[in-house]
Design a protein around this ligand. Structure first.
Ligand code: ZN
Length: 393
């Protein structure tokens, strides 16, 4: 029997596709396994009991985005990057700061971590995280000749940084009884594939013991778009996403749900739609820290995912909305006020989880790995045999 060469090539393509899927499955098993294994519980709270006079200043946040963009590209090691860090330290007088520098690729990056530890602080720490660097290139810009030029990063960088700075101004007046850290990561967006270098370096240098105090690690990124929509992102901690759902409902950011005042919500957060995103939450999550990423991957009205202004020279200040910054600011403010990110004391937090999680990760990954490798091997064997038969014919 002669198999037409056309059919063979399309059959080979299909088989190759299966092989690629099997290989991808192999690579993603660790992430999927770890998402399934994280077992924590936050204390029960009713956000509407804390709904009221919000202090978050969205106008000031918007002004900060302007100021950051005017500094020029906030590339690791640049004067603009230094000036931004100095400004953050000068603005947040009630906080203590640490800076950590790491050498990666061909640059030094500097993470900036601000700590507010109230007098009566429990041992739990809540991390609010944003990258303060801006991208060193515009690989998605229509104009090829401009692709090597750094972008403004008004939304991708400055927007979330501005929200964190404004949070830093109001947190000391909130009468919290747990520690909050504002983590300004560097070099999230550098290199060909945006390397999340700062948060990775941070996670690599933490002991399990240090990480076990962290009850929530909440990354915000690209949250200034006029047409703000964010969804469930994985990898991420399901329990932590559920707290975001309650808070978003309370604030009227979920379609089909009433806010605390009884008004119908609008479609800003959709927990039922999920996207895979590699961002600053990943390294912490992989170490067993409860972590999520609040990100709008549609830049511009009606933009495709990862489309629109993202990583182009259109990521400019005119695309950022004070109203959107305010929505995320209020979400974080209400989350802190309502103790939404405090773990039940019997959760006995992450150090233990770390250990069991890592073990189950390894077992699950191993089993899934064997299966997907067997599929890959089988498919390649079929391709080989078919090719051999064709050559023989
Ligand atoms: Zn980016």
């Amino acid at each position: 029997m002669l198999i037409p060469s056309k059919d063979i090539s399309s059959l080979n393509k299909t088989l190759l596709l299966f092989a690629i899927i099997a290989l991808l499955l192999n690579n993603s098993t660790l992430v999927l396994a770890s998402e399934n294994e994280q077992q924590i519980s936050y204390i029960e709270t009713v956000p509407c009991d804390y709904y009221g006079n919000f202090s978050f200043n969205s106008t000031a946040a918007n002004e900060s985005v302007h100021w950051q963009v005017e500094l020029g590209p906030r590339l690791p090691g640049s004067n603009a990057s230094f000036a931004l860090r100095e400004s953050i330290k000068e603005n947040l007088t009630d906080w203590t700061f640490e800076e950590e520098t790491h050498y990666r690729e061909d640059f030094y990056l500097t993470n900036l971590i601000a700590t507010y530890k109230p007098f009566n602080s429990s041992s739990q720490e809540i991390y609010l995280v944003a990258h303060y660097d801006s991208r060193d290139r515009a690989e998605r810009d229509d104009n090829e000749s401009l692709r090597d030029i750094p972008i403004d990063g008004a939304n991708d960088g400055a927007s979330a940084t501005a929200v964190l700075i404004e949070m830093g101004k109001i947190i000391p007046q909130m009468n919290l009884n747990h520690t909050v850290k504002l983590f300004f990561t560097d070099a999230e967006d550098q290199g060909e594939r945006a390397g999340i270098y700062g948060s990775k370096a941070w996670a690599e240098n933490k002991t399990d013991d240090e990480l076990s105090d962290i009850s929530a690690f909440i990354v915000i990124d690209m949250i200034g778009d006029y047409d703000l929509h964010f969804t469930h992102v994985w990898p991420g901690t399901s329990e932590l996403w559920l707290t975001i759902q309650s808070l978003a409902e309370a604030l009227g950011l979920v379609e089909g749900e009433e806010d605390c005042l009884g008004n119908p919500g609008v479609d800003v957060f959709d927990i039922d739609t999920s996207h895979g995103v590699i961002d600053d939450h990943v390294a912490a999550f992989e170490r067993g820290v409860p972590a999520i990423d609040i990100i709008d991957i549609h830049s511009g009205e009606g933009a495709e995912k990862w489309g629109g202004y993202w990583h182009t020279h259109n990521d400019t200040i005119d695309k950022v909305s004070a109203d959107s910054l305010g929505k995320i600011g209020q979400l974080l403010e209400l989350g802190l006020l309502s103790n939404s990110w405090i773990l039940n004391s019997d959760s006995n937090v992450t150090a233990e989880i770390n250990e069991t999680k890592q073990n189950t990760d390894v077992e699950n990954s191993f089993a899934l790995g064997i299966i997907s490798l067997s599929i890959t091997f089988g498919v390649f064997l079929i391709i080989f045999v078919l090719d051999y038969r064709i050559k023989k014919i």
